[in-house]
Ligand binder design. Structure first.
Ligand SMILES: NC(=O)c1ccc[n+]([C@@H]2O[C@H](COP(=O)([O-])OP(=O)(O)OC[C@H]3O[C@@H](n4cnc5c(N)ncnc54)[C@H](OP(=O)(O)O)[C@@H]3O)[C@@H](O)[C@H]2O)c1
Length: 344
């Protein structure tokens, strides 16, 4: 199906033009092994299982994720295996380990990628930065990705509500001639709302930019700056938090999601309208060089270097806790915790 965005046309895949029935037929003889049971793993594995695909899970034994898999009904030696056994038994391997985990595990599993198998990623990281990750799959397999544009938790939650998350897909290597069919079948099988095409490189560049930018990094920065200014000027924590976060997440974001920003501007007070119209371009202009710099750091591989070094450290979890403490214990998010509890 073709979508028009202004003068640009984009081909997209929906459940209407690639049905679940067709997806099931395409993967009828496949054993799909979901490798890793962290955040994306459970979302994608459970949606596929509920949609009637033949799924097994590969997970290192006796960790928190292993226990979670058992709790979700995966049975040891039947549908739940250790990582090596999972890769050996699967015909399509969905590698949903953390990106640092993929680097650590690759040397142990690479020998099980026999000719004709499929290797599926949900991120272009491992192969785009293959000189850094040393992930070097053989030539005789299919390699593709489906990257849901949201957390595994929402992928599962929306699936249960009969909704879905949009995903991108990309083909990296088409050995069997069926790589696209395999990718789209899995994209529909995990419950994507619609699928749009990308490349491994574009997926990883946009993803790293987005999470460092408006999705997580930039938004926390803007929250922190506005909250600080309000508090410096004598506003109470309640007032500063409500004007910075609570009103946005509880009232405006759902409306923006449903109707768009122009509608939001049209349907607020005339005072808010004038101010928002006058100020949004100032925020854009001041942020533009930061975003350009961010994209440069991502596409040069600098962000990947930093990520690999930091996330491969043994004490990664401990360091993460320390860094998160700064956010958790900030007055802004301490206030948030109290305000959240007061919601009716
Ligand atoms: N999270 C998202 O919202 C999201 C969205 C779209 C795409 N993705 C992509 O999906 C993939 C999976 O992401 P995720 O967030 O689900 O990952 P995650 O939760 O961080 O992954 C944890 C999984 O990796 C395993 N693991 C980590 N280090 C390991 C090691 N050294 N040896 C063996 N196993 C190891 C964990 O097992 P243990 O419990 O035993 O440590 C667990 O199964 C990534 O490529 C990510 O970029 C994620």
């Amino acid at each position: 199906m073709k979508l028009k965005f202004g003068n640009l046309e984009e081909e997209i895949i929906t459940r209407k033009n690639f049905s679940l029935e067709k997806a099931r037929k395409c993967l009828l003889n496949e054993t799909i092994c979901v490798l890793g049971y962290g955040v994306q793993g459970p979302g994608q594995a459970l949606n596929l299982r509920d949609n009637g695909f033949n799924v097994i899970v590969g997970q290192r034994k006796n960790s928190k994720s292993w226990k979670k898999a058992i709790k979700d009904g995966w049975i040891e030696n039947k549908t739940l295996f250790n990582l090596e056994e999972g890769v050996e038994n699967g015909t399509i391997i969905m590698i949903l380990l953390s990106d640092a985990g993929q680097i650590a595990v690759w040397p142990k599993i690479k020998k099980y990628f026999y000719a004709g198998k499929g290797l599926y990623f949900s991120h272009g990281f491992g192969l785009t930065f293959k000189k850094k990750t040393n992930i070097s799959p053989p030539k005789e397999i299919d390699i593709f990705l489906v990257a849901p544009k949201g957390s595994g938790t929402s992928l599962r939650r929306l699936f249960k509500e009969g909704k879905g998350i949009n995903s991108s897909y990309a083909i990296y290597q088409n050995y069997t001639g069926k790589a696209k069919e395999r990718a789209l079948s899995l994209g529909i099988g995990i419950g994507s709302a619609y699928l749009f095409e990308t490349t491994f490189k574009k997926e990883v560049y946009s993803d790293l930019t987005g999470e460092r930018g408006t999705l997580m990094g930039a938004i926390q920065g803007i929250f922190a700056a506005q909250y600080q200014v309000l508090r410096e000027n004598g506003h109470s924590p309640s007032e500063a938090f409500n004007e910075t976060v609570e009103e946005l997440t509880q009232s405006l974001m759902p409306l923006i999601a449903e109707k768009g920003m122009d509608w939001m501007y049209e349907n607020c007070s005339t005072t808010a309208q004038r101010g928002a119209l006058d100020w949004w371009k100032k925020f854009r202009d001041i942020n533009l060089p930061i975003f350009r710099n961010l994209y440069k750091e991502v596409s040069s591989g600098k962000e990947a270097d930093k990520t690999i070094i930091s996330n491969s450290k043994k004490n990664y979890r401990k360091n993460l806790k320390k860094e998160l403490k700064e956010i958790k214990e900030s007055e802004l998010w301490q206030t948030g915790e109290i305000v959240r509890k007061l919601r009716p």
